[in-house]
Design a protein. Sequence first.
Length: 365
Amino acid sequence: MKIKKLKYAHWFLTVYNFLFGKIKSKSTLQSDHEFKRIVVYSTTALGDFMFNTPAMRALRRRYPDAHITLIAGTINHGMVKDYACFDEVIFWDNKLRKMRQAIVEIKKRKPELAVILHAHLPYDIISAVLAGCQYILRDNYLTLPKGIDSWVHSCSLNFTGHLIQRKLNLMSFIGGDTTDVEMEIPCRFEKVPRQPGHIRIGFNIGASSRERCWPVDYFSELATLLITRHKNIEVVIIGSQADRGLESVFMVGIEPDVLSRITSYVGKTSLPQLLGVIDSLDVLLTGDTGPLHLAVALKVPTLSLFVTANPRFTGPYQNRELHQVIDLSDTYDDTTDAPELPLAIISVTRVYTTLESMSIISASQ
C-alpha cells in the first residue's frame, strides 16, 4: 500500500467528514454502546473468511436484535450468501471501480458501526465513512500511518498470537465475548457417501500461491506409497479449477493399478460441495490454505505443512488434538531452499511417517 495513497485518503476523509460525515471521536465509543445497524467487511479469500467467523458470531451474540449486513467478496458467494449470522449480504470485490455502487448499497442500510475484519485499504475505510458509519473497528494487518489510523479502532498492534484471537479481540471495544475461538461453517452442505471400512485420505494439491503448495510429484509418490502399503485406503484429491494442471501432473505420476483407488474432485465442486467432500475424509493433507481451515471448522483431522508461514499465527487453533503440523518455518532460508516451492524441503518420508503416527492411519494396517 503506497503511503501517498493513504495520505490522500486521510485528507479526503477529513474534508468529507467535516462537511457531511458522521464519524465520531474514538474516545466516545463505550463498551455498553447499543448499535442497531452494523456492517461487517470480509471481502478477501476463503481462509481469511473462516478466520473471521468467530468474531462474526461474537458480534451477533453481542447484538442479537441489530440489523447486521455482511460485505463479502464475490469469490465466497456460494458459501456465505445465506449465512445465518447476517440479515443480508452485499457482494463487493473491494476494488475502486465498484466502490461507488457498494457505497450506495451500504448507505441504504444506514450503518452506525463498521467492523472491518479483512478488506483492502483504503477503500474499506473510505466506503464505511461515506456510507455514514459513526465508528469503525478494523483488524490491521500492518501498522497504519498516523492519519488513516485515526479513523479506526484497532487492537492489532503488538499482538503476536493467532489471527482468530486478534480479530476476536476487537469485540472488547463493544463488550463482546473474546473467548469462543471455534470457526463455523456458514452454509449447509450435502454429505458425500463413504464406502464402509475404507480410510479416506484427502490431498489438497493447490493453494492461492505456489509457496504454499507441496510439490505435486511428492503427492503422487505418497499416494502410491499409501495405497500399496494399506489395502483399505482411498486417496481423494481436491483443488480449484486453477489446479487442473496440477491434477494432470499428479495423474501422470500414478501407476495404472493404483488409479482405481484415487478420486479427483479438482475443479469439480462448488464451495458447499467441497465442504461435503472434506467432511467425508478421515484426514486432510494440505499446505496453509483455505481447505485447511474448512477441515478444522468441520473437525476433520489434518496434517498441515508450514515453511514460509508460521502455524502460531495461521495454523489450527481449535481442537488441536485432532491436528498434526509439520513446521519448518524456523529453519527455512529463502536464499538456499527452493524459493519457488518452499514446501519441497518437507520430504515424502517425513509426511508418510507422520501420517502413520496418527491413529487414523495405524488403524488401516
